[in-house]
Design a protein around this ligand. Structure first.
Ligand SMILES: Cc1cc2nc3c(=O)[nH]c(=O)nc-3n(C[C@H](O)[C@H](O)[C@H](O)COP(=O)(O)OP(=O)(O)OC[C@H]3O[C@@H](n4cnc5c(N)ncnc54)[C@H](O)[C@@H]3O)c2cc1C
Length: 392
């Protein structure tokens, strides 16, 4: 085992950190206040090769593995979680094509994303369904070699600005996961209606919209997964994108910790720096140890994916753990800042609002625990002998 980053990864981390400090941090508060979409920043990320991280060299991309991507994501998120979500949503949108697309689709769409500045979003969720992906209602009706889509998608990140959306829809809601197919939808197609930005608690610079689909005709070449294959494709996509949510959360928590250390070494109470009080030191020690643990779990989940292993379990563990760490660390950061933590004067108030989303999108913390408990209760191999007879 080797816990050291290679020289190549250190250089990538440095590049991403410099971009984050130069291009993202100075505008983080402005975009949060205005809830504007940070299009110029995303474009700069594309120009610098920091968008579309996972696209293979074969299609003109940089061919980063998931571990490399997580290193970049942590840096950008530490400057602004909302802008990071906007930048890396292309990874989520393109992942189903990377995993399930045919060669022609990969050549056409992935190369286009690399060569021209285009955004691609991802849509499983609907107004009445998020966690229960197999319960989607958006209809896909076969018409010769083509499909016709009808229904509504909701909470679609970057949706208002996307050129393409990978849309999951069902041929028959009664068939649950067996009926789900996936499509590449060009948002300029007739019948696609992109909604207005929906205001949010945090990550306000990320664009969140509804997407209406009315008799949207999908040509044969944009059918990504046939009915029955779409559900598996969505789950495989999440296994590859959840480690990045871990990395988002770590970046957010890391900044909250750094601001806390800084503040604890400047603020005095009862004639002493608050950093001299053991209760504050304990809070900071807990932040550090939890961030370290979250990063190791995230790297493991990413590494497993890079080895071609099934990382469904480790990605759920990493996402669930890192999301809780981000929420706890940002909460404690506000506590360390006292009343000032509650004001918009310091950045910890924003990080606290931004952190909450990690426990919700790409599978809530409850859903991650369902994935984990299914394995632990059934698939986990005990080292110790069973107490009495093993139950079947
Ligand atoms: C800002 C934002 C951006 C998003 N971006 C996207 C996007 O780009 N594309 C996309 O497709 N979706 C996106 N989503 C949707 C997101 O994935 C869903 O909100 C999420 O999966 C939860 O679904 P829900 O909101 O319908 O909650 P529900 O599924 O209604 O769940 C409500 C509560 O019940 C719990 N719950 C549900 N089922 C169970 C169960 N079996 N056992 C125990 N508890 C359960 C949940 O954990 C949650 O606490 C986004 C959401 C947000 C807020």
């Amino acid at each position: 085992m080797d816990f050291m980053l290679t020289e190549e990864l250190k250089a990538l981390q440095k590049k991403a950190r410099e971009f984050a400090i130069r291009e993202v941090l100075p505008v983080s508060g402005k975009y949060d206040e205005s809830e504007e979409f940070p299009l110029p920043v995303i474009k700069k990320a594309w120009e610098q090769g920091l968008l579309n991280l996972g696209i293979p060299k074969k299609y003109g991309g940089l061919g980063y593995g998931l571990l490399s991507s997580c290193i970049v994501v942590e840096e950008i998120s530490s400057a602004c979680p909302g802008i990071a979500t906007s930048i890396f949503d292309n990874n989520l949108g393109a992942e189903p094509i990377l995993i399930g697309g045919n060669e022609e689709q990969k050549q056409r769409i992935l190369s286009e994303l690399v060569n021209t500045f285009k955004l691609i979003a991802f849509a499983t969720s609907e107004p009445m369904m998020g966690s229960d992906v197999a319960g989607m209602k958006c209809k896909a009706e076969k018409d010769g070699d083509e499909y016709i889509l009808n229904g509504n998608k909701f909470w679609i990140t970057n949706g208002g600005y996307a050129d393409y959306i990978t849309v999951f829809a069902t041929i028959d809601p009664e068939q649950k996961h067996k009926g789900i197919a996936a499509f590449i939808v060009d948002t300029k197609s007739e019948g696609v209606k992109l909604g207005k930005h929906i205001p949010k608690l945090g990550q306000r610079s990320s664009n969140t919209v509804s997407v209406g689909l009315k008799d949207v005709r999908i040509p044969k070449e944009n059918v990504l997964a046939k009915p029955g294959r779409g559900f598996v494709l969505a789950m495989q996509t999440f296994a590859h994108t959840r480690p990045a949510i871990g990395a988002f959360a770590i970046g957010c928590a890391r900044s909250a910790m750094e601001y806390s250390i800084d503040y604890a070494q400047k603020r005095e109470a009862f004639g002493r720096l608050i950093g001299n009080y053991q209760v504050i030191q304990e809070k900071i020690a807990n932040m550090y140890k939890d961030i370290e643990a979250a990063r190791l779990l995230t790297y493991k989940a990413a590494w497993e994916a890079d080895q071609g292993m099934d990382n469904n379990l480790s990605s759920s563990v990493a996402k669930a753990f890192a999301s809780d760490v981000a929420m706890n660390v940002t909460t404690e950061a506000i506590q360390i800042f006292g009343g000032y933590g509650y004001l918009r004067t310091y950045p910890v108030e924003k990080l606290f609002r931004d952190a909450k989303l990690y426990q919700i999108y790409e599978g809530t913390s409850e859903i991650q625990r369902i994935v984990i408990s299914r394995f632990v209760m059934k698939g986990y191999e005990h080292a110790m002998p069973f107490l009495g007879k093993k139950r079947n």
